[in-house]
Design a binder for this molecule. Structure first.
Ligand SMILES: NC(=O)C1=CN([C@@H]2O[C@H](COP(=O)(O)OP(=O)(O)OC[C@H]3O[C@@H](n4cnc5c(N)ncnc54)[C@H](O)[C@@H]3O)[C@@H](O)[C@H]2O)C=CC1
Length: 296
């Protein structure tokens, strides 16, 4: 099976590339070769590489910047996602599209299921929600995977920021009133491969089409995530960092974040017979990979 993946240098795209081998062949392309805002560039890439499934892992992911740059976020996350889905549909191919917990308002008491009403709190979430709509409209043969709190050995993310700050600080103040699930990019990549196989092998199976919540198992807060990182750091390096829990109000950002980002993964697990490991396992594996210098 060959996957054509957009957004080559992203966390998820890099994790997919790392899986490329004998049973899955991953071609990842980024700008300028493949630009989401240029549908012809996507069509050319499909014609050249002849994938079995197209995976849209590219996105405008600067959540705060999107507040003052909504048109750019919309061009990539909404219209661009629609172009990827339409180009795949024109070639008769399924599309796997990655979306986000930020499509929700975050005011539900429990974990969100796929059919819960959306209510994005900011420009990024609005652009991603519109992307979901345009993908579904352009290509009925789609799986939209909403994930959350992505981190991994590649690219910039919360875990790497915490490790960087730990080099100069013994105490860090971290938000403790947003709940969600840190999700390890290599686990997302495995999930995408499982979904891609299912789309390829079960054409027309409606139970494997539509929107799915795909995050690691378990839940925590950003402060809990930081504590897990620092407890492993203490084990391996002896360095101790204290996490001081703060509230969202103590740490103002241009974009409002959902207080509850928890996603119920039942539909994903039942439809694909696949689940992502506990979030704490990903933290250990990521830190081991970084320590072994497996990634930049
Ligand atoms: N990072 C996170 O915490 C979360 C990410 N997601 C979603 O997961 C997916 C993957 O995210 P990450 O790998 O973390 O993102 P990332 O920011 O690491 O990578 C995104 C890639 O898309 C590329 N890109 C941006 N505009 C483009 C365009 N016009 N054409 C082609 N490529 C373009 C960027 O250059 C970058 O390489 C995205 O759909 C994102 O919205 C969902 C929930 C949380």
């Amino acid at each position: 099976m060959r996957l054509l993946v957009t957004g080559r240098d992203g966390q998820v795209a890099q994790a997919l590339l790392a899986l490329s081998g004998s049973d899955v062949d991953v071609v990842a392309l980024g700008r300028p070769t493949l630009d989401l805002t240029d549908r012809a560039s996507i069509e050319r890439a499909i014609a050249e590489h002849r994938p079995d499934v197209v995976v849209n892992a590219a996105a405008y992911t600067a959540v705060d910047k999107a507040e003052s740059d909504e048109a750019a976020a919309y061009a990539v996350n909404a219209e661009g996602a629609g172009h990827v889905a339409a180009a795949a549909a024109a070639a008769g191919l399924p599309v796997v599209h990655i979306s986000t917990d930020y499509v929700f308002a975050g005011d539900k008491a429990g974990p969100y299921v796929e059919s819960d009403p959306t209510g994005p709190q900011g420009a990024y979430g609005r652009s991603k929600l519109e992307g979901e709509r345009l993908v579904a409209e352009a290509n009925p043969n789609h799986a939209i995977l909403r994930t959350a709190w992505v981190y991994g050995p590649y690219g910039a993310n919360f875990l790497k920021t915490m490790l960087r700050l730990s080099q100069t600080r013994d105490l860090l103040r971290v938000v403790a009133d947003q709940r969600g699930t840190p999700t390890y990019a290599p686990d997302i990549a495995e999930g995408i491969v499982a979904v891609s196989r299912a789309l390829e092998s079960a054409p027309g199976d409606a139970s494997k089409r539509g929107v799915f919540h795909m995050v690691s198992e378990g839940e925590t807060t950003w402060a809990g995530f930081a504590e897990a990182i620092f407890s492993r750091l203490a084990e391996t390096s002896g360095k101790h960092v204290t996490v001081e829990p703060i509230t969202t109000a103590d740490y103002p950002t241009p974009a409002k974040r959902p207080a509850n980002s928890r996603l119920d993964t039942t539909r994903f697990r039942q439809s694909f017979g696949h689940s992502l490991p506990e979030w704490t396992e990903g933290v250990s594996r990521c830190m081991a990979a970084l320590a072994a210098n497996e990634a930049p």
